[in-house]
Write a protein that binds this ligand. Structure first.
Ligand SMILES: [Zn+2]
Length: 260
């Protein structure tokens, strides 16, 4: 249903049904969906017209390759996803400069990778949670600070490759949450014995177990998108003739029109 079409001659692309693609808000915020669909269909006709006689090919979008520099629900942002024609790999840059502008798509020959730039503990959230849960016998500031320092210190030594990712925690594809590994957990608990004594220790041990899997003790890693551009291959492979596409499209438009 989703079709990403590339003009080989001009190296331009058109994405036919962008609002079906990603779990994010894409359609026109003020108008009904139908008016958006109509505009999109017209745009596609324009694309076909301006690339009349050129060689077109379908690109396959790689599932789960969507990354964005901002939260999914932000309307003005730059996102990327991967696509291929079976031989070459591409990165599609999807962006909008202003909220009332349509989305633009730019084809990049190459690939992208994600590089982890930082891994940190959720200090603010931990302090908030400790204050809430230890209301009857609040932790003195020096203990709170010592705990955060210890946790941060342990986290800095962790190899992120070995951690279990918690995908549903983040609305941002460049901020990923991980569960602390068992060895680091043991190390954390053992060192907590130097900060907390007796019942205090038992309380903090319980706190750690309560929040390590899905709570404030998850570790937050920040990633950066790195795009590797490749030189465009000069040899253009023979693709399906353009006629094959143009006979297919009116049918789909007709169908969509009937549905609406
Ligand atoms: Zn063209």
């Amino acid at each position: 249903m989703n079709e990403l079409i590339r003009c080989i001659n001009c190296d331009e692309i058109f994405l036919r049904t962008p609002f079906d693609l990603w779990p994010e808000y894409e359609s026109c915020p003020n108008g009904p969906l139908e008016s958006f669909r109509t505009i999109e269909r017209d745009d596609f006709q324009d694309f076909l017209k301006s690339h009349h006689g050129h060689r077109l090919e379908d690109l396959k979008i790689l599932e789960d390759s969507f990354v964005s520099e901002k939260n999914y629900f932000e309307p003005v942002k730059i996102s990327y996803f991967k696509a291929t024609n079976g031989k070459e790999s591409f990165v599609v840059k999807k962006f909008r400069e202003k909220i009332d502008e349509p989305l633009k798509y730019q084809l990049i020959h190459g690939d992208y990778s994600l590089r982890c730039t930082d891994i940190e503990i959720q200090s603010k959230e931990i302090v908030k949670q400790l204050k809430t849960e230890f209301k009857t016998s609040p932790l003195p500031p020096y203990q709170m600070e010592a705990f955060l320092k210890l946790f941060q210190y342990i986290v800095k030594t962790i190899d992120i490759q070995k951690l279990e990712r918690i995908p549903e925690e983040s609305p941002n594809s460049l901020e990923i949450y991980y569960k602390i590994d068992d060895i680091s957990l043991v190390y954390l608990l053992r060192n907590c014995r130097n900060i907390f004594k007796g019942q205090e220790y038992l309380n903090i041990e319980e706190f750690i177990h309560r929040h390590k899997d899905d709570g404030v003790l998850l570790l937050k890693a920040t990633y950066k998108i790195q795009i590797t551009k490749m030189t465009k291959s000069k040899k253009v492979e023979k693709t399906r003739p353009r006629e094959a596409i143009s006979t297919r499209i009116p049918l789909k438009i007709k169908k969509a029109a009937e549905k609406g």
